[in-house]
Design a binder for this molecule. Structure first.
Ligand code: C2E
Ligand code: CA
Ligand code: CA
Ligand code: CA
Length: 275
């Protein structure tokens, strides 16, 4: 029996060792991912729910890692944040997204996810300004998406960074609204231009009365504060109908368009004519 305990610990040590090693290797690979040309961006449309018109695209990072293939950003972004690699990677994302968006029609914006680590990096606003100048993208066509974890680290530092960003004319969206610790007070304390309701609420909006009530309340908050609300993760026509009936302004999700390397800028399909 004593031996069993020791074996358990030995196995535990071995698996811990493996986990730490594989994380170190990932940190190392992340530092070289850009120079090895393994990173790319896909773009997912954000559409007005009343007209179906595309008003922008969210840029989403993809890592095609040598040997292991595609790795989800949910896995590698936290590692990049811990190791600091997110700063150069985030700068690359911003530049790549702005360069791409500069080729789109004037009325179409790009939304870029910004990690808390980037936001708290001293030169963030300066970097964004440099990138806008270099790519020629007008500031009002860039939106940054920030989650609440970005705000709780150091409220003062976050507020300074957001004010600097807004002074450039860049818009700021609160991402994953409803999943954080104190969404409501953050909404009041920080100068947001848009609320993105997290997909976890949208998924059950047509089947779960509680989720429906919460979404309606968020839409009411948006109306009261004069902020447009975007619903993430719209997957079914029932969800879409609910949101449109409740006057949610903007939607994003597989039903409206998948993230893609190729951006579809085709005009709206003309109404079908029946002879
Ligand atoms: P997010 O910002 O909440 O992005 C939305 C995620 O939901 C994306 O996953 C998107 O592909 C996925 N999605 C879109 N529509 C649907 C839908 O209808 N149903 C479902 N189930 N999912 C949908 P993705 O691309 O895997 O990204 C995951 C997270 O990684 C993002 O969540 C964001 O937090 C982070 N991320 C992605 N790209 C970047 C980046 O460039 N920088 C930073 N800092 N974070 C990023
Ligand atoms: Ca986002
Ligand atoms: Ca989300
Ligand atoms: Ca559903």
């Amino acid at each position: 029996a004593k031996g069993d305990g020791r074996d358990t610990w030995r196995r535990f040590d071995a698996s811990m060792g493996r986990a730490i090693r594989s994380r170190r290797i990932m940190e190392h690979d992340l530092r070289h991912a850009i120079s090895r040309d393994e990173m790319s961006l896909v773009y997912q449309p954000q559409k007005r729910l009343d007209t179906g018109e595309t008003i922008g695209f969210e840029a989403l990072l993809r890592w095609n890692r040598a040997e292991s293939g595609n790795i989800s950003p949910a896995t590698f972004i936290p590692v990049a944040e811990d190791s600091g690699a997110i700063v150069p990677i985030g700068r690359w994302v911003m530049e790549e997204a702005c360069r791409e968006a500069a080729t789109w029609p004037d009325h179409i914006s790009v939304a870029v996810n910004v990690s808390p680590v980037q936001l708290h990096y001293a030169s963030f606003a300066h970097d964004v300004r440099t990138i806008l100048a270099r790519t020629g993208l007008p500031a009002n066509r860039l939106e940054i998406e920030i989650t609440e974890t970005a705000l709780v680290r150091d409220m003062n530092r976050a507020l300074i960074a957001l004010r600097q960003i807004k002074a450039l004319g860049v818009r700021v969206a609160m991402d994953d609204f409803g999943t954080g610790y104190s969404s409501l007070s953050n909404l009041r304390a920080f100068p947001f231009d848009k609320i993105k309701i997290d997909g976890s609420f949208i998924r059950s909006v047509d089947t779960n009365p509680q989720a429906a009530t919460i979404v309606k309340a968020v839409l009411g908050i948006g109306r009261g504060l004069g902020l447009p609300v975007l619903a993430e993760g719209v997957e079914t026509s029932e969800e879409l109908k609910f949101l449109a009936d409740e006057f949610c302004q903007i939607g994003q999700g597989y039903l409206l368009g998948r993230p893609s390397h190729r951006v579809d800028l085709a005009p709206l399909p003309a109404a079908h004519h029946h002879a």
